[in-house]
Design a protein around this ligand. Structure first.
Ligand code: F0G
Length: 442
């Protein structure tokens, strides 16, 4: 004897136009779709949802979905190659994941924190390997493939290496990555291992890794894909193109981004220069590049109108931007100068504070990414960014890139960080769960 009458179990849909219901998969009992129950009130069985039949069938239904879909064959599934005329017009067979198509997000709590009501977040952590690096890497590895590179290489604070590892294995090209031993987050290191790159743990900091990678590439004929590689810059420009498109080409007043090796700052400058020249926008946003205070040679130079160029010994918890001798200096100076931009720096405490707010909004990002929002807050406080000026802050990497720092922040006791969300140990009783619920206003 079946527990459910066949007719009830088999009706995949209700009549067209009917409201969805919750139905018990065991006894067939039906409850309203808004009933707040996770199991069948009659028999305790598991529930399933049954919808009214859609009005359209067959080809008409497919056409309806197709109209809404940006991923259909023949469309442009990559948010980089969609702009290929401005990226690599001659590419015929891109090594694409696809990538890009990252969201623009508004979150009240982040806007309140940054004291900027119009603030939007463009979350590049939604890329396939969890950072904006994929936008440049799809182009650089496409180039490596078409020139027949024997191998590809990069130095990295973790995200470039994760991205290169993934795209090189997709292209079938051996990859060498140089990372500073003990100085990159576990999430990033494990990505490089998982995707199959030869992962070299170098006894030195990022700046030493980059020197070694440049030298080794020159001497061994390996194709270097750090952001000094111009194709990387072409791909990263699409962060700006896509953001402008999402805003209907009504450019914001400011674009804020974290800055380390200055490749992205350079890419944004080039993208805006081209977008303006091509009439895609009628006004150029100002770039706000934000460094970590312990790794801020570019910010120090900005204060002196770029008259100085002094590398520093870099120290910051935001390991992605722990860089003391940025490689793309000159082109970044041009980006800031041409856009009437600003370079700021944020302390680790300011970065972690901003990150805690972004994380608790449900958006989440890695530490370096939060520098952009910390910078916006600073410039709002000093009045450089006006109350009504529209700001887009770039979140460059995913929250899971650096779980270690999150664990430390929320469990730290001395001193306890302002926004710590400590885990709570309980005995396995409902009474203890209720105690927690009540203490939290539940
Ligand atoms: N944000 C994140 C998450 C990064 O990984 C990086 C750079 C930046 C910002 C700064 O961008 O270097 O173009 O100024 N990460 C590089 C890497 C250095 O090796 O992954 P930049």
């Amino acid at each position: 004897m079946p527990l459910v009458p066949d007719a009830a179990r088999d009706s995949l849909f209700l009549a067209p136009g009917a409201t969805s219901v919750q139905r018990c998969a065991r006894c067939g009992a039906i409850t309203h779709e808004t009933a707040a129950t996770a199991e069948c009130a009659s028999c305790g069985g598991l529930l399933e949802i049954v919808h009214g039949a859609p009005d359209a069938h067959g080809a008409a239904l497919l056409a309806l979905f197709g109209l809404r879909c940006g991923m259909k064959p023949g469309s442009e599934p990559s948010g980089v190659w969609r702009y290929r005329e401005l990226v690599m017009p001659s590419a015929t067979d891109p090594v694409s994941h696809p990538e890009g198509n990252t969201p623009l997000i508004a979150r009240g709590s982040v806007q309140t924190f940054a004291r900027s009501a119009p603030l939007l977040l463009k979350h590049e952590g939604h890329n396939p390997t969890g950072s904006f690096k994929d936008r440049g890497m799809t182009v650089a590895v496409t180039q490596a493939k078409r020139i027949g590179a024997r191998a590809v290489a990069c130095a990295s604070t973790g995200n470039t290496s994760a991205s290169l590892a993934a795209y090189a294995s997709h292209a079938g090209i051996p990859a060498l990555v140089f990372v500073p031993r003990g100085q990159i987050s576990l999430g990033k290191l494990t990505q490089s291992l998982a995707y199959g790159a030869r992962t070299l743990l170098v006894d030195g900091d990022f700046d030493a890794c980059l020197r070694l990678a440049r030298e080794a590439s020159r001497e061994l004929g390996v194709y270097l894909v750090n952001s000094i590689n111009p194709w990387r810059i072409e791909g990263q420009k699409t962060i700006v193109f896509e953001m402008l498109q999402q805003l209907g080409y009504d450019a914001p007043d400011w674009i804020a981004l974290p800055a380390g090796n200055l490749g992205n700052t350079s890419a944004f400058g080039k993208a805006l220069r081209e977008a303006f020249a091509l009439g895609m926008i009628t006004r150029v946003p100002r770039i706000l590049a934000v460094q970590a205070a312990g790794a801020a040679p570019f910010a120090a130079s900005f204060v002196k109108h770029f008259a100085t160029h002094e590398p520093v010994h870099a120290e910051t918890l935001a390991t992605a931007i722990k860089i003391g001798a940025p490689a793309s200096w000159d082109r970044a100076v041009r980006a800031i100068t041409e856009t009437n931009g600003v370079v700021a720096s944020a302390t680790d405490a300011e970065i972690l504070d901003a990150k805690a707010v972004i994380d608790a909004s449900g958006v989440g990002c890695e530490p370096a990414s939060a520098a952009s929002v910390a910078g916006v807050r600073q410039l709002r406080d000093s009045g450089v960014i006006g109350e009504h000026e529209r700001v887009v802050a770039i979140l460059t990497g995913h929250v899971l890139k650096d779980p270690g720092i999150i664990q430390r922040y929320h469990q730290e006791t001395e001193p306890r960080p302002a926004r710590a969300n400590r885990p709570i140990e309980i005995g396995a009783t409902v009474a203890e769960v209720e105690r927690v619920l009540k203490a939290n206003g539940g």
